[in-house]
Design a protein around this ligand. Structure first.
Ligand code: ZN
Ligand code: ZN
Length: 278
């Protein structure tokens, strides 16, 4: 999917939100961008921190780099997803996406270098690493950055535009670099946190069968209810969700700890609500 299509889908999905939801989303994203801003300033003002981050970045394989960007993308996407998909938004939040400072510094530096390289392809070739920091600082002070989400959006629309740009860039990167390690439609386990949070409900009326074992769910028995409201024996659904995060009846998907799988799951919802791209 090209970046323009991605952006169009996000814009269409955003247009389905209510004004208070837009305000809340924009406030959350502003906070994230402020953290990015703060980290980048720290990175560029400290020779040691910059060298360490650059060194760390160089030590990563292409796979690790795209995985880092995928985690970054998922953090960003999750905030939009939260508003678009209330059914699983009340499931436990996806906890492993929050990047620690070192990983965040690395991914911000990577995105910044990519953007800088696009604007000034020669600079990174001609200057030594020691000069990169000065050049990046100069670049930041003279350019309105979109890719890295750096710089304050003074209004809701500016913040959202930066958000859309950043998500689209990260998604493109992950698709080009990361999907070599990921097969679309691959089976992934439901996240442990989501499984633990599944509610137990009492069968009010007997006679319905559990589609996994084809046996009746007897009245008065406690069974598992998925967010799509389909019911199953606990002993039947647990081995199922350990293998795959989709409901055996309707394919409704539960959150997964697999980063690429979770991106795919959330993106499908954005596409569904954003009107599709076929
Ligand atoms: Zn069963
Ligand atoms: Zn279902």
């Amino acid at each position: 999917m090209d970046e323009t299509t991605t952006k169009t889908i996000i814009i269409q999905a955003l247009s389905t939100l209510t004004p208070p939801q837009i305000t809340a989303l924009s406030a959350t994203i502003s906070t994230i961008f402020r953290r990015h801003n703060h980290r980048i300033s720290a990175l560029l003002s400290s020779h040691t921190l910059f060298s360490l981050s650059l060194h760390h970045l160089h030590s990563l394989s292409l796979h690790q780099k795209s995985f880092l960007i995928a985690r970054h993308l998922l953090t960003l996407l999750s905030h939009l997803f939260h508003f678009l998909h209330p059914t699983t938004a009340r499931m436990p939040p996806y906890t492993t996406t929050i990047l620690n400072n070192r990983d965040l510094d690395t991914v911000l530096l990577l995105l910044l270098l990519c953007e800088f390289h696009q604007h000034e392809p020669e600079s990174l070739k001609t200057f030594s690493h020691a000069n990169w920091r000065a050049n990046l600082s100069r670049y930041i002070s003279t350019t309105i950055l979109t890719l890295s989400g750096i710089g304050f959006g003074s209004s809701t629309s500016e913040t959202l535009i930066k958000y859309i740009e950043l998500v689209a860039k990260c998604k493109k990167f992950v698709e080009v670099m990361g999907y070599g390690y990921w097969k679309e439609g691959k089976e992934v386990a439901a996240s442990v946190a989501a499984v633990v949070a599944l509610p137990s409900v009492e069968v009010k009326q007997g006679g319905k069968e559990c589609v996994i074992c084809k046996e009746e769910m007897k009245q008065g028995r406690d069974v598992c209810e998925l967010p799509c409201e389909h019911l199953f024996h606990w002993m039947c659904i647990l081995p199922w969700v350990i293998k795959t995060n989709t409901c055996p009846c309707c394919r409704h998907s539960l959150p997964t700890d697999d980063v690429y799988g979770e991106i795919e799951r959330q993106w499908k919802v954005v596409v569904m609500i954003g009107g599709g791209y076929n």
